[in-house]
Write a protein that binds this ligand. Structure first.
Ligand code: CTP
Length: 401
């Protein structure tokens, strides 16, 4: 994802320095070349050796270190960076950048770089609320600097309030977002994800094995690419993606209501949810008691949300469905594409080991309404999301319906 990207990670002094180690690990794991600059205060919290070992590059701490200056040099670091991230970013570093102070290696390199700069502030709640800090942040935002967090929580200083650094995974996601082309800017995308849950009584339900991973990957990648995303999700154990409109639902009926309420406002609709086809005809008010050896539960059909969208779609809207199959993949998927009036159906054989429910990978075929089929190899669900969204962008550009 960040393959070959050069990232300079600035680390300033605060208790959250230990989390910057995890952020570095995420950058390295995704293929980035990372150069770390630590302020003197940061080195009091975690030794530079930790960052050096994980990045595989010398850690820069000293403005006047002749060896590292000769090898790479602060101007060279500033020039080479595709992205500059400072995490944690103290009130002090933000204040210095805001007024143009360059009195150590980090501030000097920041001053000299033309790379985008992402700051992850971490500080005491009263420092965060201080109008001087607020003014500095507002000034930097206006100048095009990116900020992520801080969030509310228990702070190391003993206070409970805003000032906690964003989690490394979220800073990583923001960093990827900064480096991603906004080729979906102006496009509104509605995505459904996860299973639905159809109640039998207050403690039991019918559901399926959908993990929501595919739909969440689509939402995350669409957001990265600049789309305005609404994610309607059945019950899953994934964290709610940030920066999108998130709607949590349980049953097929809830999902239908939520989709109906926002479908007309979206340009692209992708139904990755595994909606239950049947629900119990009635929900027992109390917990059903054990009795007979055999019992029957009457089931009735749920609304086919996607088919209804196909019938009532607005002009130019792109409609994409998923087909989870265990037999005759192409034929079954094509029938659904036609029956539900879709532009594209993403067909996956859920019996394959690297495909379908719960897997981090997927093997899919993209079946278009003009008859073309694009077969994709086994790839991470996030990569599948890129491919599906590439297709959505093309379909949107050519949509005449
Ligand atoms: N779908 C839907 N509403 C339903 C059932 C399915 O919107 N009540 C959507 C799914 O979100 C998916 C597509 O229809 O995008 C195909 O779902 P799938 O479960 O593969 O097929 P079904 O139409 O339910 O047919 P079958 O279960 O017989 O394969």
């Amino acid at each position: 994802m960040l393959n070959g990207k050069k990232i300079v990670l600035g680390v300033t002094g605060g208790i959250a320095v230990y989390k910057a180690v995890e952020l570095l690990r995420l950058f390295v794991k995704s293929g980035a070349e990372v150069h770390v600059i630590m302020t003197e205060a940061a080195t009091k919290f975690v030794a530079p050796l930790t960052f050096q070992t994980l990045s595989g590059n010398p850690v820069h701490t000293d403005m006047f270190n002749l060896i590292s200056e000769q090898e790479i040099g602060h101007i060279s670091l500033a020039d080479k960076a595709d992205l500059f991230v400072i995490a944690p970013a103290t009130a002090n570093i933000i204040g210095k950048i805001a007024v143009g102070i360059a009195d150590d290696l980090l501030t000097t390199t920041v001053m000299a770089t033309k790379a985008p700069l992402l700051l992850a502030p971490a500080m005491n709640v009263n420092m965060y609320d201080n109008p001087i800090y607020q003014e500095n942040e507002a000034k930097l935002r206006k100048l095009g600097y990116y900020f992520t967090g801080p969030v509310s929580g228990y702070l190391a200083c003993g206070w409970d309030g805003k000032g906690k650094m964003m989690e490394p995974a979220e800073i990583f996601e923001e960093a990827v977002g900064v480096l991603t082309d906004k080729d979906m800017a102006g496009i509104k995308v509605l995505i459904t994800a996860g299973p639905t849950l159809e109640a039998i009584d207050p403690v039991r339900f019918i559901s399926n094995h959908s993990s929501g991973k595919m739909g969440y990957a689509l939402a995350k990648v669409a957001k990265r690419r600049g789309a305005k995303v609404t994610l309607i999700s059945g019950p899953v154990s994934l964290p709610e993606p940030s920066g999108i409109n998130f709607i949590s639902v349980k049953s097929a009926k809830d999902m239908e209501e939520a989709v109906t309420a926002c479908c007309n406002n979206n340009d692209v609709i992708i139904k990755a949810a595994a909606v239950a086809d049947y629900r119990p005809a009635s929900i027992s008010e109390n917990k059903m008691k054990k009795g007979e050896d055999k019992i029957k539960i009457d089931l009735v059909k749920t609304p086919d949300i996607l088919a209804n969208l196909g019938k009532n779609r607005k002009l130019g809207q792109v409609l994409i469905g998923f087909a989870a199959e265990t037999t005759d993949l192409i034929n079954n998927a094509r029938k659904k594409l036609e029956k539900k009036s879709l532009d594209l159906i993403v067909a996956n054989d859920v019996t394959l080991p690297e495909s379908g429910f719960n897997s981090d990978k997927n093997i899919v075929k993209l079946l278009f309404k003009d008859g073309t089929v694009e077969e994709l190899p086994s790839m991470a669900k996030e990569q599948v999301a890129y491919k599906v969204l590439d297709a959505a962008i093309k379909l949107k550009a050519h949509s005449t319906l």
